[in-house]
Design a binder for this molecule. Structure first.
Ligand code: NAP
Ligand code: MG
Length: 403
């Protein structure tokens, strides 16, 4: 067959350890044979980040703003152990944090559903996508231990010096106190990213806070979402046949458990932290979770939700066989290629993305899978493949669709 052409480059962010090994295998086996791959390549591997004083991360985020679509491999976030392992000049910041801050984006995480890997919640039939607000609240809070009796107040000093005060508590003994904040601009960006992504994926959007108790703080989140929805999105949601649904967080949790899935659940920062771990573990495996960063002005960065799978990489370095699941990384590529195809009106490219996803799902449903899935599958006789064999099995199912 003639290779599929691409008109606009995709921003390619390479990464670290086992996922870097999978990255190359995926390109060699599943992409290059079918596509004249057109990417602008940024090496976000830790060695190159260190060599460029992390400038490469900034350059890759700027390229994402320029072209609109990126695909990213998992990367190491340095800690003390990595400082000596890689002889780092500095403990560089998390690339994901840097990119997210530059794009002002929201991360959407969704499970990949296949027969044979069943969610613990038996009525969940479709993916539940979690959108977590990534700024403020308890993550940027100021805290104090109160040693004994005394008064605590919130004080706002305006630029002209005028003060507004609100009593928090008149302590009669020791206690604790915390001051949280958020900013309207960040909440607005969060809301727009969520509404845009709902339109993009044609899924309902749910949002929940505790506005009955938090009449100023959480209520502001509720109001901002509603105002933006009414002014900018209501009509487009109607046309797309999807709904925006607001409820209280405790009601949302109860409804989620009884639902069959198939919607986006927007969460405040803390709710998203907790609920994304609950939802992803209930769906089965971190290796089957995709993640996309969506900016309010419509830039997209796709990746797997898991890390660099360090333990497998050290086995690989010792020449031992690995059985690392490449599905979430492949879906990062298909997400990016499909989006590129949609934006460029390149239907062949979007169809390729669909077919590659179908090939992955079919391979697993045929019982061919990596070890992580074999441990949790309901298949009676799974065939456990190593990292390369699994990708080759997917290739066979992909080629079949082009015959
Ligand atoms: P991890 O890479 O997600 O792996 C944790 C464990 O989960 C693995 O040891 C493996 O379990 C299992 N696992 C994860 N992905 C798998 C896959 N695709 N196939 C099979 N098993 C898989 O997390 P980590 O080991 O805590 O972190 C390693 C590095 O990744 C760290 O340097 C961290 O900074 C980085 N990280 C990056 C990102 C990102 O770039 N988005 C996200 C998270 C972490 P078994 O060992 O039991 O087989
Ligand atoms: Mg968490």
């Amino acid at each position: 067959m003639e290779k599929i052409k691409m008109t606009t480059p995709l921003v390619e962010m390479d990464g670290d350890e086992m996922t870097r090994i999978l990255w190359k295998m995926i390109k060699d086996e599943l992409l290059h044979p079918f596509i004249e791959l057109n990417t602008e390549y940024y090496d976000l591997g830790l060695e190159h980040r260190n060599a460029t004083d992390d400038q490469v991360t900034i350059d890759s985020a700027n390229a994402t703003k320029k072209y609109g679509v990126a695909v990213k491999c998992a990367t190491i976030t340095p800690n003390a152990a990595r400082m000596s392992e890689y002889e780092l000049k500095e403990m560089w910041k998390s690339p994901n944090g840097t990119i997210r801050a530059m794009l002002d984006g929201t991360v959407f995480r969704a499970p990949i559903i296949v027969k044979g890997i069943e969610p613990c919640v038996k009525n969940w039939k479709k993916p539940i996508t979690i959108a977590r607000h990534a700024y403020g609240d308890v993550y940027k809070a100021a805290e104090m231990k109160i040693p004994g009796a005394g008064k605590c107040e919130l004080v706002y000093t305006a630029e002209d010096g005028t003060e507004t005060r609100e009593l928090i508590h008149d302590f009669t003994g020791a206690g604790v106190i915390q001051g949280q904040h958020n900013v309207n601009g960040s909440i607005e960006s969060f809301a727009r990213s969520c509404f845009n992504y709902a339109l993009d994926t044609k899924q309902d959007l749910w949002f929940a806070t505790k506005d009955t108790i938090s009449k100023q703080y959480d209520h502001t989140f509720k109001d901002i979402f509603q105002e933006i929805f009414d002014a900018e999105y209501q009509k487009r949601f109607e046309e797309a046949g999807i709904t925006y649904f607001y409820t209280l967080i405790d009601d949302a949790v109860a409804r989620v458990m009884k639902s069959e899935g198939g919607y986006i659940w927007a969460c405040k920062n803390y709710d998203g932290d907790v609920m994304s771990d609950m939802v992803s573990s209930a769906f089965g495996s971190l290796a089957m979770m995709t993640s996309v960063l969506v900016s309010p002005d419509g830039n997209y960065e796709y990746e797997a939700a898991h890390g660099t799978v360090q333990r497998h990489y050290y086995k690989h370095l010792k020449g031992e066989e690995t059985s690392t699941n490449s599905v979430a990384t492949i879906f990062a590529w298909t997400g990016a290629l499909r989006k590129r195809g949609e934006l460029d009106g390149n239907e062949e490219l979007a169809v390729f993305a669909d077919r590659l996803e179908t090939a992955c799902v079919k391979t697993i449903e045929e019982g061919k899978m990596t070890k992580d899935l074999a441990l949790i599958t309901t298949h009676t006789n799974p065939i456990v493949l190593n990292s390369e064999e699994f990708i080759r099995a997917i290739r066979a199912n992909l080629e079949e669709q082009y015959r």
